[in-house]
Design a protein around this ligand. Structure first.
Ligand SMILES: Cc1cc2nc3c(=O)[nH]c(=O)nc-3n(C[C@H](O)[C@H](O)[C@H](O)COP(=O)(O)OP(=O)(O)OC[C@H]3O[C@@H](n4cnc5c(N)ncnc54)[C@H](O)[C@@H]3O)c2cc1C
Length: 282
């Protein structure tokens, strides 16, 4: 916030102390008392997108690894979901249980939505997806949600970071860049995907039209011949010119916090870091 006065309606718990001292506010937690001036990004692309709740059925399901299942959902032809690649939906079960999942594909002609879901031990919704879900099950989804989507900027390097099923929205963004070449102004795209073991790297990017380098990074496989450790360290070790880069990161909160901190120290513009953390709902 540049100037003006506001009342705090609710504690801004997700802001760090540093962000607070830099003058960041959460507009959803405040009410304006006077005219205020804000330094905010134009998210005009999201203006035409409406969040709605719609019925959907499981079209198909397929295991991508022993603990990740891909669920394809179909919506009524007259009631499709309009969204930007990177956004997520809330899936609502029959008992009202609700969990967020990123959409793993760019919009398709048939309107189908793909999710990549990791099994969480003792997880309530995991139990449904891994033990009960079957083709034609009727569910509801609310979406699209979130602001994790490609923004216009002047950087020439695009750096994509994912851990685990955080690859889902990144895959959707890459599909968008591959099918709309005019949207891709980047001379290099670097994708880093972190997992613990080789089975966590359950998908291979295949986008011949994109200037893409893919680096899988494993944290718990000592005899792995590729990159070991964490994705954020791999980016720094590769010595990219971060002052000319934009970063999109999705997956664990730990990776996102650490990547944000380390990459900004290494030269990334703070405003060029976009992220979506897979925080647990309880
Ligand atoms: C914006 C957003 C997008 C998301 N997108 C995806 C996605 O595309 N794919 C996906 O697989 N998940 C995604 N998630 C996470 C997902 O919403 C659920 O939190 C997750 O699937 C667990 O739900 P559950 O009902 O099975 O477990 P819960 O019943 O909610 O949790 C059971 C126990 O496990 C713990 N727990 C929950 N999640 C984790 C975790 N990741 N690691 C360790 N412990 C955990 C809980 O604290 C609890 O103790 C996303 C979350 C958010 C906020």
């Amino acid at each position: 916030m540049i100037n003006g006065e506001t009342d705090v309606l609710q504690a801004e718990e997700s802001l760090t102390a540093e962000e607070e001292s830099d003058g960041f506010i959460l507009t959803c937690c405040r009410a304006a008392k006077t005219d205020i001036q804000l330094d905010i990004e134009d998210l005009g692309e999201l203006g035409d997108i409406q969040t709605k709740t719609l019925p959907c059925r499981i079209d198909s399901q397929q295991f991508l690894s022993d603990d990740v299942v891909e669920i394809v959902l179909r919506t009524p032809p007259a009631n499709r979901l309009e969204y930007l690649p990177g956004q997520y939906v809330d899936m609502i079960g029959n008992d009202g249980l609700r969990r967020s999942y990123s959409i793993a594909n760019a919009p398709r002609e048939d309107g189908k939505i793909t999710l990549q879901i990791r099994k969480v031990e003792q997880g309530k919704m995991s139990q449904y997806w891994f033990e009960e879900a079957k083709a034609n099950d009727l569910l509801r989804m609310e979406g699209p949600l979130g602001t994790f989507c490609m923004r216009k900027n002047n950087a020439s390097q695009l750096i994509l970071l994912a851990t685990g099923t955080g690859i889902a929205p990144i895959k959707a963004m890459l599909e968008q860049l591959a099918t709309t070449p005019e949207a891709n102004a980047y001379s290099h795209i670097h994708l880093y995907w972190g997992g613990r073991t080789e089975k966590d790297i359950y998908w291979r990017p295949c986008f011949e039209s994109l200037p893409l380098t893919f680096t899988p990074v494993l944290s718990r496989t000592p005899d792995w011949q590729g990159r070991k450790g964490y994705v954020q360290q791999a980016v720094i070790d590769d010595g990219h010119n971060l002052s000319d880069a934009v970063v999109y990161a999705c997956g664990s909160e730990a990776m996102i916090h650490s990547a944000h901190k380390q990459l900004v120290v290494a030269g990334l513009n703070n405003k060029h870091f976009y992220s979506d953390a897979f925080v647990s709902s309880n």
